[in-house]
Design a protein around this ligand. Structure first.
Ligand code: NAD
Ligand code: UFG
Length: 338
């Protein structure tokens, strides 16, 4: 049997594909390369010493999906393909709904018609919106995401719940990622954002390597210990291991299951700068800038449900996250393109 990984040429997907290959699984990757790189697939194959089937194409292309399901004996689908830039989603909302919601609809229709009903969906902590207190646990009602990207994730979650209610043969995991960072310890694959990074860790990495001048810290007047925003950063390899555990669990678990993938601990922006300075052995110039619209003061996961039900927990600490992010950045200062 094969696993279909949509978005497998992207940041998280490429790390996932490597872990699957290392588990001796057969992998089919479908990616339109809108934000991914074929080089990442080649490097994954090199690291694993095994090949994947790579199909360059769009998850909204029903004809292509039907062909993929006909040609390969797919048992499970890991659906990473999607657009993820919050600011861009505000400027181009329809593109985001088309890609993220439309993509999931087409994928589910093709899965249904192929009789494949095991799906892992890349959701986000953004579906909680702003809650009264941290940590966020899966029992909380979903909230109001502050942007179209977040709403597209919530819409897909709700659609998948409806699907599993209507047809109990489906087994679906909604994995709510907190803040994935870091890279594979080899330094051969990692996060390669196009243009100026939106997210904190890739931005700091590019400052440390000299591609960007200084970090803007978005607000130092939040009600947190040092005034800067607090997030639950999770190593991408821990995140990937959470998917492996979820895949195993839903094999015998019909319906929809929701798991947070986080560490259960928060770090501030200043904590992240300091950790990076330790890893890179240089100082990270920064200036305090106004708050970024839509940002929350503090978000971290209650990670106990995944530990209880999946036997999984994040193992890699902050120093490992930033050391691995830094190794990737130093080895590949220009990303995959260079
Ligand atoms: P990424 O952009 O690196 O990877 C996504 C991949 O999907 C890219 O390779 C892109 O080319 C591909 N893609 C996009 N639209 C496609 C389409 N219509 N058809 C085929 N391929 C398509 O992003 P990532 O960080 O690896 O995120 C993976 C998933 O996890 C996304 O769904 C994202 O929304 C979700 N997520 C990410 C984060 C994060 O901070 N990285 C947090 C929460 C959730
Ligand atoms: N930050 C800065 N400067 C920067 C970038 C970020 O100070 O240049 C701060 C932010 O204000 C925030 C923290 O660093 O306090 C983390 O910001 P990121 O952009 O790295 O991550 P977010 O928590 O804002 O975003 C993540 C995901 C989104 C998701 C969102 C809500 O990247 O996909 O969580 O769950 F929508």
């Amino acid at each position: 049997m094969s696993i279909l990984v949509t978005g497998g040429a992207g940041y998280i997907g490429s790390h996932m594909v490597l872990a699957l290959l290392e588990q001796r699984q057969e992998v089919v990757v479908l990616d339109n390369l809108s934000n991914g790189s074929a080089v990442s697939i080649a490097r994954v194959e090199n690291l694993a010493g095994r090949d994947v089937v790579f199909i360059e194409g769009d998850v909204r292309d029903r004809t292509l999906l039907d062909r993929v399901f006909r040609e390969y004996p797919i048992s499970d689908v890991l659906h990473f393909a999607g657009l993820k830039a919050v600011g861009e989603s505000i400027e181009q909302p329809i593109r985001y709904y088309d890609n993220n919601v439309g993509g999931a609809v087409t994928l589910c229709l093709a899965m249904e018609s192929a009789g494949v009903r095991r799906l892992i969906f890349s959701s986000s902590a953004t579906v909680y919106g702003e809650q009264d207190s941290v940590p966020y646990h899966e029992g909380l009602p979903t909230g109001v995401p502050t942007n179209p990207y977040g709403r597209s994730k919530l819409m897909v979650e709700e659609m998948l719940r409806d699907l599993a209610t209507a047809d109990t043969r489906w087994s679906i995991a909604l994995l709510r990622y907190f803040n994935p960072v870091g890279a594979h310890a080899s330094g051969c694959i990692g996060e390669d954002p196009r243009g100026v990074p939106n997210n904190l860790v890739p931005f700091i990495s590019q400052v440390a390597v000299g591609r960007l001048e200084a970090l803007s810290v978005f607000g130092n007047d939040y009600p947190t210990a040092d005034g800067t925003g607090v997030r639950d950063y999770i190593h991408v390899m821990d995140l990937v291991e959470g998917h492996l555990a979820a895949m195993q669990a839903i094999a015998n678990r019909p319906g929809v299951s929701v798991w947070n993938l986080g560490t259960g601990r928060g770090y501030s922006v200043l904590d992240m700068i300091q950790a990076f300075e330790r890893a890179a052995g240089c100082s990270i110039p920064f200036r305090v800038a106004p708050r970024r619209a839509g940002d929350l003061a503090q978000v971290w996961a209650d990670a106990s449900k995944a530990q209880r039900e999946l036997g999984w927990r994040a193992r890699r600490d902050l120093d490992a996250m930033v050391a691995d992010a830094w190794r990737w950045q130093v080895n590949n200062p220009g990303g995959y393109a260079a």
